[in-house]
Design a protein around this ligand. Sequence first.
Ligand code: ZN
Length: 268
Amino acid sequence: MFLLKIGGRSGHNPLAPGASGIIDETLEDRKIFLSSKSYLEKYNSFVDCYPGNMNNANTELMYGINKANSNSVDLFYSVHLNKAYDIYNGAIGAEVWVHPNASSSTISIANRILNNLKNLGFLNRGVKTSSELAELNSTNMEAMIIECFFCEATTDVSIYKKYGAEELGFAIANGIDPKVIKNTNSNEVNKVKYLVIYNNDVDKRAAEYLADYLKCATINETNYDSNTLKAETIITVGGGVKTKGTLALYGSDRYETLKAVLKYMNKL
Ligand SMILES: [Zn+2]
């Protein structure tokens, strides 16, 4: 698993506002975006493409696009709320827009986001394609516009009020990067006795031998978040692991790494 370089923004800004229904798009999509960003930037490199205050809708749109292009991000996303009617009694739901040339992995990401939103109760309107939208046709990378729900639909807004921007931001972040896991309060942090960390499938077997011996868990370094998983003793297996553990076991290749692990086990 490699690190993604992600560019994102919330749609519109206070000087060039978006839709207004029961709630205001510009205000709420900002909160949802900031929540998604806080999750994604823990695991990936993140470029914030939000323009701040710009009073021309086209200028502010191009600001975000140019920032994503000049930073060569791998994936760009823009968070919006939708609107179709003046008032609407009931549910309408979530949709994600991609370019007709979007890759299958981008479509998978869009579907994961929609599934996460569906799990909160929003109707899934599916992945839609358009070549007319600037954020899709003027970005050089894979891009998507996430229309979380309809701001005039009573049921949509009540689901949003039930879960809040934090949960919707998590739904987006986890859809983009499934490594992203829920924030936990510090008093809920797991603390285990031993943890074995590897970062390469080649060293996974050796890590598992050691973990069986210690009766503990292994974790791939790409999934490891030191804020949410604490261990008294962390043992890293393989030369490529960046995490500073209590003890590092590695050799010049996979066999030497395995030998180092076996040697350590005999010594225990
Ligand atoms: Zn919008």
